[in-house]
Design a binder for this molecule. Structure first.
Ligand code: CTP
Length: 414
């Protein structure tokens, strides 16, 4: 989205604070952002914070005659590649659906010939109200696209759908509209959802005991696997996260099963089936000690010592085997330090996975344990090179792709 121009309309909801984060992420990706605040939006975030972050004047009122002379509401829309409404409150969506134009934000939305992406944010009852349902249907028919909403705990204390999508998910939707290399979102794309779907994710390292005080492990932090669980839950899926020992909090709204060894991870994974989607992001130790010592091994002044290892079960290959319990979409990761795409392509075949997310874990990349990663998605159709993204953004993009793939599989079966 480098060089693209986003016109961000900030409505009056508590989620408005997340639009500040969205602006920062858009700017990091090379986009320029101009912001319009509704009157309600300006109650939650100040024009000053938005103008500092966007490095542009933040617009607030249609009847500011000086602005109208210098840069009219038509020009604000003409000079944008995409209009993003975040948060899109129930009130703002209602005005959009009915073509009201009583302030700058709604006047721009009515006058625009550009694609509009809305991130709804409201209380669950407002989201479920028949009036909001009608307005959404109208807007969808008009070609408005949507990112979210998520399901979860709300500022008002209630639980359910209506929470604004997280900035990485909105960013992902924007990237799919603006980046040529990203899979495009079709006009009128319905709200993407994994509601009613079961998603199983493995995360973190495993620890294989050598004796009561020592174990074999690896540098996996579990950040990517946990981000995937959060992203799946945000799309409304019922998520089971089978995790090795990590120093991360349990993601909210997710069933977390904590394990230590590869054998325990395999058992917990099989127990969590059936699932619609399985994503194996864990860095499972390939080997374990052939004989776990019952007592602490003493060094006995030995200059050299040998440790006999035996192969662990392959969890990904086990669940990807054809059979009635095989998830419809099985995704693995390939952590490689050389010949990344070749090795990942071979792993896809040998393990029977539908997709492999290949990431370079060469120490210089900072991917292992770090917050960002650059991956390649290997599918039966070929290899997609994704740009460097945070692990949250990678998770949002992968789950969006998985949700689309599942809908495509369902339509093909119908
Ligand atoms: N995996 C698994 N069980 C194992 C080993 C790996 O489920 N015992 C999964 C990982 O979660 C990942 C994929 O297999 O999704 C590839 O893991 P990776 O460590 O890259 O590959 P390995 O199978 O360990 O192969 P190699 O060590 O030869 O690269």
């Amino acid at each position: 989205m480098n060089g693209k121009r986003i016109l961000l309309i900030v409505g009056g909801g508590i989620a408005a604070y997340k639009s500040l984060e969205l602006v920062r992420r858009l700017k990091e990706r090379g986009a320029s952002v101009r912001a319009i605040l509704t009157k309600g939006g300006a109650e939650f975030v100040t024009p000053l914070s938005l103008s500092v972050l966007t490095e542009e004047k933040a617009f607030t009122d249609l009847f500011d005659l000086k602005d109208e002379a210098e840069i009219g509401h038509i020009r604000l829309s003409r000079e944008a590649d995409l209009i993003v409404v975040a948060p899109a409150t129930a009130d703002l969506l209602a005005k959009m659906a009915h073509g009201l134009a009583d302030d700058l934000a709604t006047a721009v939305l009515l006058a625009t010939n550009k694609q509009v992406l809305a991130a709804p944010a409201m209380n669950v009852r407002m989201w479920q109200h028949p009036a909001t349902r009608r307005n959404l249907a109208t807007l969808q028919a008009d070609g408005t696209l949507f990112a979210g909403p998520d399901e979860g705990e709300m500022a008002c204390g209630e639980y359910g759908p209506g929470r604004m999508a997280e900035p990485p998910a909105i960013l992902e939707a924007i990237a799919r509209l603006l980046d040529a290399e990203a899979a495009p979102l079709a006009r009128g794309t319905p709200l993407r959802s994994l509601a009613g779907r079961r998603v199983l994710i493995t995360s973190g390292p495993t620890q294989e005991p050598i004796d009561p005080v020592r174990y074999i492990a690896n540098r996996s932090s579990g950040k990517q696997g946990h981000a995937l669980a959060k992203a799946a839950a945000a799309l409304g899926a019922e998520v089971t996260l089978v995790s090795g020992p990590v120093a991360l909090p349990d993601p909210q709204g997710v069933t977390v099963v904590k394990v230590e060894t590869a054998h325990e991870m395999l058992a917990a994974t099989l127990a969590a089936l059936p699932a619609d989607i399985a994503i194996c992001a864990a860095a499972v130790a390939d080997w374990r000690a052939a004989d776990e010592a019952p007592q602490k091994l003493k060094k006995q002044n030995q200059v050299e010592a040998e440790l006999k290892l035996t192969l662990n079960p392959d969890i990904l290959a086990t669940i990807a085997k054809p059979g009635p319990k095989r998830p419809r979409l099985v995704v693995g990761f390939a952590a490689e330090t050389e010949n990344l795409v070749e090795n990942a392509t071979a792993k896809r075949r040998s393990k029977g996975a539908d997709w492999i997310v290949a990431n370079d874990v060469w120490p210089g990349t900072g991917a292992m344990g770090g917050d960002t990663t650059q991956v390649h998605l290997v599918t039966a159709a070929g290899v997609e090179d994704w740009p460097p993204l945070s692990k949250d953004e990678t998770a949002a993009r992968l789950l969006a792709r998985a949700a689309d793939a599942l809908s495509a599989l369902r339509s093909a079966a119908e």
